[in-house]
Every structure is written in structure tokens, then in C-alpha cells.
Design a protein around this ligand. Structure first.
Ligand code: ADP
Ligand code: MG
Length: 701
């Protein structure tokens, strides 16, 4: 049970003054919650300002710098009301102080309101941006107008928050101001020595300082309040991971006794031999699974490094031991593709292999569910649908999760909450730096595939300005005539108002007009079967040019495709470019990647494209990416900051992560059930950061 002391923070935001249904709707969106019920006061308090407006500069009218935000106290001289019907002429109000004159400008100004706010002869304080034109100072729509004797009510330093359309800064500010006093005094969980050494304020003070910055330094990630919250967030994360892990360890492992019968058949039928990296990874996995504890292993391997086979070998071992294995992919296309390749590789072993996705319906679904329940299905490949309540396994011993960066700890927890405790192999194509692995997965064991399968030719990468697209199309025509296959990647599905990008559909149409009709198209708006059909046609060679949006990004495997054109390459992140490029260079023919960019390139854009030209090393690219844009994109989330974290950032707070990790280990060792005084405070922390799933594991014992 959540401690009652936290109740004020966990009441729905709709209970705050000024939050009607409409505002609640906007806040849910802003705070990324799913329902009004689940959008709590604490979520609002975690919404941190990213900047501030400093209104402390009060230079007097004559000395107000052009374009600067200033606060000015002056006397109202007169109003200039626009003539009737001239709605494009603004309403003007003239003021003066001892240094000079200022014109306030209001478009569509309401005379009655303005006369009340700015009565002639009154002394007022206004704050806003000053513009100088022809030696005259003006201020368009001041941010604040108050009577001079009420000037102390004016927020001289004002935090700026991320907003959403329809929600004004003032409205948000008022609601946050109403929420802040609800923050209770909480028992302290931080080690006093650490708090003192790091100069960390109490959690309650930290929230106040977060929302009431006095100075630009208070907005900095290194401000004491932000460091405190970051530490707490890391600590909560690390504790919850440790608790989950502790719990997983308690669940009796299902030791896998590999006999080699199934895997030998598969290996014999392969047209190639495994790389030594693959062999090492397989050995590590088999060793883990043979032990008494559950395996929790991350398999990192660059695109094309052959992770699927490692997974298949692990599954083979499980089948030899009489169990079942599932492989979960992030998308329908990938699930179906895995099904196709694994069926092909495993054909010689005569295994029961099924595919189950959200698209599997009706009778077919019923039959598959039956085979899963009876154990006839030895390998089940699919999407999230694999872990719906209706799916009951006969003897699930291994869950392989592909392209982990799309999943989180939460999915893992959901699985375990279902009472299933298979060994876990998590595969990711995104080389994740160690700090990120730590934050996202805790102390997971890691296997790395560092070599590429033999015979791979390097991919030649060139950058070409968009103006030369015609030339590229000409070269493509030649290559297609020679029987080559190519991808053409476009950034958007449809013409968007904001981004002036050529859509995949439009690009498809222009390419068809020049190169002929046998050109495929695949994008996110297509239905599942439509996507499959487009993919199959490309694989079979019915189409040899495939125009695609980034739906082909992860995992798609067409080994004889050797050309990759990426349009508006400057719009993509490094990790994404690397993933996309990894679609070619998978066979034994030399491949080319053409990055079409629209100039002029910014500094970051330039750096990204140069790195792409320089290296194919995914780990190096991941590091450079981290430097260039922060870790958010790396794990596949678009938010800024570290995915899954509200305040903490790995870039800014890596030192705190390390401390939190050690502290969490120490705490769990001392008080594994969190029942001592500090343990109780720690429970409060876990609830505060919504890590209470972990507490459920405590209770389940
Ligand atoms: P990823 O690690 O990106 O998931 P895949 O498992 O899809 O890579 O493998 C990429 C391609 O390499 C596939 O076509 C696969 O059949 C092939 N492959 C895997 N292992 C080897 C190997 N040892 N030698 C040659 N080709 C291999
Ligand atoms: Mg893959």
C-alpha cells in the first residue's frame, strides 16, 4: 500500500483549482499520461522548467536594450484608440518615466479592459520585450501589467515549461503554484553523509527549487535541487531493478540440459559456419541456462552480426530439454520475417514453429493457442500478442526479445507478473554504451557479437546534395538494369504541413514515371498484409526498387539488396542512419549507401554525415551519437533526456548513477525486505517515482 503521506501527491490533477475537463485533457497530453485518473499531482510536479525569463532588469525606458525583456515602471499619458473598422491598426497606450517614452501596442485590444488596466495618470509596472524603431521604444503585448504599488506580485524570475498547444504558460504556472504546497514533509532516505557532501537539499525543498528558480544557475542540471532529484530517480530505478532481480533469482530456474541433437541438425544444414563471436555468445547463453538461476542476458550485436542464429541455438537447446521458446519482435513485419528465416534454418530439425501476432485472428488463432498450450508449438514467434492473458504455454523456458530498445523494464515485469519465469535473452542491434545498459537494465549480463560474418564487403557510403537527385536516379537505373536491388528511404509518409519533405508516395510516383512500374512502396500507413506483400515482392525480386519510410529500419533482411538511398539524410539521427544502412551489405556483393542531403547543413548534421562516411563500426557510431545528441534517441525514444527518467540525465548525472547503484546494492543487502526505518523511507521513494511494481515483488516474497 502506498503510504498515506503521499496521498496529496497521488490525487488526480483534476482536483487542483483551475483544472477543468479541458485543461485536464491538455495536462494528460503534456505529461504523457494515459487517463485522467492516472494523471496525478506528482506527475505535474515532475514537469520541470527548461529555462527561465529574467525580468529583473529594470533599466528605465531610455536604457532598455533592443529586444531585451525588461520591467518598467512608468506613468500612463494617453490612449490612442484605432478608428472603427480599422482592425489592423493596433490600440496604443503611451507611457513615460523620467528617462523617456514607451508605447504599448495591442492588436485587437479591448478598449474597456485596457482602460481599466492602464488608467490615464496611473503609475504602472509593465514587463515584456522592448523594440526600438526610429528612436522610439515600444512593447507589443506586455507579458505583465500591474499597478506600480502591486509590483511585488510580478514574478521577476519566471520558469519556462514545455507546453502543449492550447495550454498557456500562465495557466500552467497557476496550476503548478497550486500543486506545490501539497508536497508533504517526507522521511529522509538519503544517507546524511552523502547529502552533506553533495550539498543536496531535502526532497520537498528540491521540488520548490525546481519550480521556483531564482537564477539561470537553478535551471542547470547541476543545480543542487536537480542533482538531488536525479540521484533519487536513479536510486529508485536501481532499487527497483535490484528488487526485480532479487525476485527473479528466487524463482527457481528451469535448468536447460542441451543435448545438441536439435542444434546439430540446424548447424549441419547452414550454408555457412558460425563466427567465433557467435560461438562465444552461444556458449555463454547455454552456460547461463544450464545453471540453477534464471538467465538475464543482453545480446548486443551490430546490424547484420547474426543475432538471430544465436537466438535459434538457444531455442534449440531449450527444445532439446523439452521446453518451449518464444521470440518477441517489436513489429509485425519483423515477427513474420523471423518466422520465415527461422523456419528455413530449422527445417532440417522438423520443429513445431508458430507465428502469433495481433493480426492472427479467429480460427487460426484458436488453433495456434491450442498448439501452444499442448506443447506442440516448440518455438512461437510474434509481437506483444505473445504475452496476452489468453496465451497459455505448456512449458515456456526461454523468452528472446529482439530489438530491446523498443521495450523497457516494464514489459519484462509484466511477463514475470504473469507468473512466467523463463530465461531471458534480450537482443539489441543498437550498441548501447555501458552507462545506458546500467540505467536501463541494471546489472544484466552482456554478450557481444563483435565480428561480422565472413565474406562481408564494406559498404561504400557517399553524401550527395539533393540537387543532384536526378543524377542518382540515372545511376540507379543502370544498377537496376544490371539486376541489382535498392532501397529508397523517405522520411515521411504524407506531405506534412510543417516539414517540407517529399513523401514516400510522391517519390514513388516520380520514380515510377522515370524508371518504370516495377517499384515497390512500403510505409507505416499500410495495413499489415499490404506491408508483407510489398516486402515479399522485393525479396522475391518482383520489384527491385523499394521506396520505403523508416518501417524498414529494424531487422529487415534482404541479402541481395546492395544499394541504399536515404533521402533527406540530414533529418535522421545517427543511430537511425546506421540501422538503415545496415539493411544493405548483408550478402557477399559490395554495397553502396547514398546519403542525399538538403543543404546547408548545420554543424551537427555535417558531423553526422561525416561519421557515416568514415565508419561502419556501430559502437563508435553509438558513442559519437551520444556526444552529438544525448542518449534519448539511442534507446529509441524521441523525448529529450534519458528514457524512462523524468529528471535524471545520463549525460549530466553519470556520477550520480554510479553512486545510486552502489547505494542500492548496499541498501538491499542490509535490508532486503525494506522493513527498517530507512527501508520504510525507501518505499516512499519508490512510490514517489512510480517504481512501486518493484514493491509488489517484495510482498509476493
Ligand atoms: P542481426 O544481428 O542484424 O539480427 P541477422 O541475424 O539478421 O543479423 O543476420 C544477418 C544475415 O547474416 C542473415 O542473412 C543471416 O542468415 C546471415 N548470417 C548470420 N550468421 C552468419 C554467419 N556466421 N556467416 C554468414 N552469414 C551469416
Ligand atoms: Mg535482427
Amino acid at each position: 500500500m502506498r503510504p498515506a503521506i503521499l496521498d496529496p501527491l497521488f490525487s488526480p490533477i483534476s482536483g487542483l483549482p483551475g483544472v477543468g475537463p479541458k485543461i485536464a485533457e491538455l495536462l494528460i497530453k503534456l505529461l504523457g499520461r494515459e487517463t485522467a485518473e492516472d494523471c496525478r499531482v506528482i506527475d505535474l510536479l515532475f514537469h520541470a522548467p527548461f529555462s527561465l525569463i529574467d525580468r529583473r532588469n529594470q533599466p528605465g525606458i531610455a536604457r532598455a536594450p533592443q529586444g531585451a525583456i525588461v520591467t518598467i515602471t512608468a506613468r500612463v499619458d494617453r490612449h490612442q484608440v484605432p478608428q472603427r473598422g480599422k482592425s489592423n491598426v493596433p490600440y496604443r497606450v503611451f507611457l513615460h518615466d523620467e528617462t523617456g517614452e514607451l508605447t504599448l501596442v495591442f492588436f485587437r485590444g479591448q478598449a474597456a479592459w485596457l482602460e481599466k488596466q492602464l488608467p490615464v495618470d496611473a503609475e504602472v509596472t509593465v514587463s515584456g520585450k522592448v523594440d526600438w524603431f526610429n528612436g522610439r521604444a515600444s512593447m507589443v503585448h506586455p507579458d505583465y501589467i500591474v499597478r506600480a504599488d502591486e509590483a511585488e506580485n510580478l514574478p521577476l524570475v519566471e520558469p519556462i515549461y514545455p507546453l502543449t498547444a492550447g495550454l498557456s504558460p500562465k495557466t500552467l504556472r497557476k496550476i503548478i503554484d497550486a500543486a506545490l504546497p501539497r508536497f508533504p514533509e517526507l522521511p529522509e532516505w538519503i544517507d546524511p553523509a552523502l547529502a552533506q557532501k553533495q550539498g543536496l537539499p531535502s526532497i520537498r525543498d528540491s521540488f520548490h527549487m525546481l519550480h521556483e528558480p531564482r537564477d539561470p544557475a537553478d535551471i542547470d542540471p547541476q543545480a543542487p535541487a536537480r542533482r538531488r532529484l536525479a540521484y533519487d530517480e536513479f536510486l529508485a530505478g536501481q532499487l527497483s531493478l535490484s528488487l526485480v532481480r532479487q525476485r527473479l533469482r528466487k524463482v527457481a530456474g528451469q535448468p536447460v540440459q542441451a543435448t545438441g541433437k536439435v542444434s546439430a541438425k540446424i548447424l549441419k544444414s547452414l550454408p555457412f559456419s558460425l563466427t567465433s563471436s557467435q560461438n562465444v555468445a552461444i556458449a555463454e547463453v547455454l552456460k547461463d541456462m544450464a545453471g540453477a538461476e534464471r538467465m538475464l542476458r543482453l545480446l548486443q550485436g551490430d546490424v547484420g552480426s547474426g543475432k538471430t542464429l544465436v537466438a535459434l541455438m538457444a531455442m534449440a537447446a531449450v527444445i532439446e530439454s523439452g521446453g518451449q521458446a518464444v521470440l518477441m519482435a517489436p513489429t509485425e513485419i519483423l515477427a513474420r520475417q523471423h518466422h520465415a528465416t527461422i523456419s528455413k534454418f530449422a527445417a532440417s530439425a522438423g520443429l513445431g514453429i508458430e507465428v502469433l501476432t495481433g493480426r492472427t485472428k479467429g480460427r487460426e488463432r484458436e488453433e495456434i493457442l491450442e498448439r501452444i498450450a499442448s506443447g506442440a508449438a516448440q518455438i512461437v514467434i510474434g509481437t506483444h500478442a505473445l504475452f496476452q492473458d489468453s496465451v497459455a504455454y505448456a512449458k515456456l523456458m526461454l523468452a528472446v526479445v529482439d530489438e530491446q530498445h523498443r521495450f523497457g523494464v516494464h514489459q519484462r515485469l509484466r511477463l514475470t507478473a504473469k507468473g512466467i519465469s523463463p530465461h531471458m535473452l534480450v537482443m539489441t542491434a543498437t550498441p548501447i554504451p555501458r552507462t545506458l545498459v546500467l540505467a536501463a537494465f541494471g546489472d544484466m549480463d552482456v554478450s557481444k557479437l563483435t565480428e561480422k560474418p565472413a565474406g562481408r564487403k564494406p559498404i561504400q557510403t557517399i553524401t550527395v546534395p539533393m540537387e543532384r537527385t536526378g543524377e542518382i536516379v540515372g545511376r540507379l537505373q543502370g544498377a537496376l538494369a544490371e539486376g541489382k536491388k535498392a532501397y529508397w528511404i523517405c522520411p515521411l509518409v504524407e506531405e506534412s504541413e510543417q516539414l517540407d519533405l517529399m513523401s514516400a508516395e510522391e517519390r514513388h510516383a516520380t520514380l515510377v514515371a522515370t524508371l518504370g512500374p516495377d517499384i515497390g512502396l512500403i510505409h507505416g500507413r499500410m495495413s499489415g498484409p499490404e506491408k508483407d506483400a510489398a516486402m515479399m515482392a522485393f525479396k522475391n525480386g518482383e520489384t527491385r526498387l523499394l521506396v520505403a519510410t523508416t518501417v524498414v529500419e529494424v531487422g529487415v533482411d534482404v541479402p541481395d539488396a546492395t544499394i541504399m538511398v536515404i533521402e533527406h539524410a540530414e533529418r535522421f539521427g545517427l543511430a537511425q542512419l546506421h540501422q538503415l544502412r545496415g539493411r544493405v551489405g548483408r550478402g557477399d556483393e559490395a554495397s553502396t549507401c547514398i546519403l542525399l542531403y538538403k543543404g546547408p547543413l548545420g554543424e551537427t548534421g555535417h558531423a553526422r554525415l561525416s561519421i557515416m562516411r568514415e565508419t561502419e563500426d556501430g559502437f563508435r557510431i553509438a558513442e559519437e551519437d551520444l556526444k552529438l545528441r544525448g542518449e534519448g534517441e539511442l534507446l529509441g525514444t524521441r523525448q529529450s533526456g534519458t528514457p524512462g527518467f523524468r529528471i535524471a540525465s545520463l549525460e549530466a548525472h553519470a556520477d550520480l548513477l554510479e553512486i545510486a547503484r552502489k547505494d542500492a546494492a548496499y541498501l538491499i543487502e542490509r535490508d532486503p525486505e525494506l522493513t527498517g526505518d530507512r527501508g520504510t523511507a525507501i518505499r516512499t521513494l519508490l512510490y514517489l517515482f512510480r517504481r512501486d511494481e518493484a514493491i509488489r515483488f517484495l510482498r509476493a516474497g
